[in-house]
Design a protein around this ligand. Sequence first.
Ligand SMILES: [Zn+2]
Length: 120
Amino acid sequence: MRVTRCPRCRAEDIAADAHPARVLNNGAEARLFVCRGCYRPTELEYRIGCETTGASYRPLPIREALAGLHEFYVARLAECEDPNLLVEDDERAARSAPIRAALADVDRRLAIGPVGDRDT
Ligand SMILES: [Zn+2]
């Protein structure tokens, strides 16, 4: 079964527990999703990178972060439910359930409207 590895530590499967972070790529902001453990260090590195290069740092707006997560989980779910993927139905269900739950949580938070600055 396909696993979506955290691009930073390459250990955690982030398919159902991703955290939006950013990196500086040739001085430009690039978005990526990392695992829970990598979220803070990645964002801190981004912040330090901004300060080093004189770019202005701004926190990732929560709704942008949630919208990105929504797309990420929808894509993971589509991968999971791809009929060309040869897995047993129960394995498919077991794999997609946590992604579905994570997507529902993101959508619930998006639906609430403006929310405070919480970590995602
Ligand atoms: Zn990680």
